[in-house]
Write a protein that binds this ligand. Sequence first.
Ligand code: GAR
Length: 208
Amino acid sequence: MKNIVVLVSGGGTNLQALIDAEKRGELGNGKITCVIASKADAYALERAKNNGIKTVTLVRKDYPDVTAYSKAMTEVLKAENADLVVYAGFMTILDEQVCSAFPYKMMNVHPALIPSFCGKGFYGLHVHEAALEKGVKLSGATVHFVTEECDGGPIILQKAVEVKNGDTPETLQKRIMEEAEWKILPKAVQLFCDDKITVKDGKAVINE
Ligand code: GAR
């Protein structure tokens, strides 16, 4: 079995989608063994506890800088024997020491079709504000491997979602979560845990 460690900062609906998928037997050879939160009041922690999953809280402001925080995170991930690290609404920046300790073993769900509306400053509702400001007719979600480049790692799965007249950042966020994120994140985790993803020439290839 592969140990899946999930990193969270907020409500944790993507964590819930992973927990539900595991209960349905849809995470393949993977098991969620630990949830790490960057905020002590993240509701995602309650979701983990309600499902008997170990929790760790690593608060960013308890560390002087990103280097010290990343070192602490790397140590916890190693101690947890993480085979896969999933950023599920994890809003705190980690440096390259974490990526190099877990090469192509960390994935992130981003609420847009990368390379649109991604990179520094594009997180949470800001992503949907930018999509509505531009007037795109399709947005969606992307699951990608985490590398040193923010939102720049190999793309694993994407799903497009329609933008509708009158959408607000909140309504668009909700539709993208329901129609895309909560589906493609568990699927990408399952593919990884069943050894069906390889990275070739910087691109992820799915071998189903
Ligand atoms: C999700 O929409 C996720 O894609 C996004 O934050 C939300 C977290 O919701 N992540 C990012 O913007 C990362 N760049 P959740 O806590 O309910 O899963």
